[in-house]
Design a protein around this ligand. Sequence first.
Ligand code: ACO
Length: 393
Amino acid sequence: MAQVVHVKNIGLRGIPVADTKISFIDGEKGVLIYRGYRIEDLAENSSFMEVAYLLLYGSLPKKSELHQFDSTVTPERDLPFHAVQAMKAFPTHAHPMDVLQACVPMLAMADPDLRGEDRDSHVRMAIRLIAKLPVLVATWGRIRNDQPVLEPDPEFSHSQNFLYLLHGKPPSDEMARALDVCLVLHADHTFNASTFACREVVSTRAHMYAGVAAGIGALSGSLHGGANTEVMKMLLELRGEEDVEGWVKKRLDQGDRIMGMGHAVYKTMDPRAKFLREMGARLAEETGQKEIYELSLAVEKAALSEFERRGKTEIKPNVDFYSAPVYYMMGVPLDLMTPIFAMSRIAGWCAHIIEEKFAEAQEKPALYRPKAEYVGEYCGLMGCTYNPPDERQ
Ligand code: ACO
């Protein structure tokens, strides 16, 4: 074997692996675009239903199309009986991301389009997943606390319905709108780790639910979607801390990361974080929870100045840094923060899965099959000598 050259551990950073028409990021300028539209414009003016339509169909819906889409999604909120029964048998300490990942194949088992090989069947599966994921999350939130399972209310919007199912009472209009904007902001983000996982799985011609289950697994990690829960744990640990600057410095000196900061693509502030920081200010005012919000501002300030001192000026808050206090102010338990991310990203995952499976011939990606550099034991192409166990040194 030629001399071993270790592959630089860059995690495929900057290496294009497919074409996509779904979203675009300019990491230097802090720009995120879904199907041509700036994220700020969508967050300000749109709704999650409209954005889900945009991601799936490629253009913004006309009023009648949006109405039609909404009335197709809403009746799909019900869960299969076997999924609810299975959740009742799960240990109550099960992490909601594990529950979500386990339940997605149970949705597959009930989907009449599972074996469909055309785009329309996939759009119908996507609609079911978009409708059912929030219900799965909220239903697990109730089952584990021994609370009665509630039926989705077709009179409520997508975001209203989730907060109603979770808390057992209808949310205020402001709260429902705030959640809806969070869902808009998290709906897609090009080839992030979880989206790539979805696309990689379906590139084998596995079905949509298999891809989504993989995406949920990838999202759960603390370097990806799991970071929002870690941010909140960090903020709660810091409550009452007088010396936030000292805490940040100590953490960095120990080689620990400040969760919710830094990004593989953004080298400036994540545009979603800017939006969430402003939303946090409004929610802090409305809910009277200024302490936690002000603490997050103090951590941001201390961390940015410490990163600057260390010559790491590119590390800035990402989407998880402010989504964590925002969800906390909405009364969301810490371990349901990442599942909320999944409830939104499902729209992007499904759009990517459809693109992966049905792109035009010249754009169609191949089965993903990267190469690894073998750096293990090697005794030539004949292989090492196999000795029976009792003859081994
Ligand atoms: N706190 C402290 N140091 C950091 C942080 C951070 N949050 N992020 C990066 N660094 C440092 C690393 O320690 C490393 O330092 P070194 O060169 O001295 O060893 C350097 O910056 C580069 O770090 P990488 O992990 O190689 O760089 P990358 O920019 O690709 O990392 C990542 C991106 C993994 C998101 C990182 O910033 C991180 O771990 N952040 C905290 C977790 C987090 O918030 N994840 C959510 C990301 S957004 C999302 O997935 C939805």
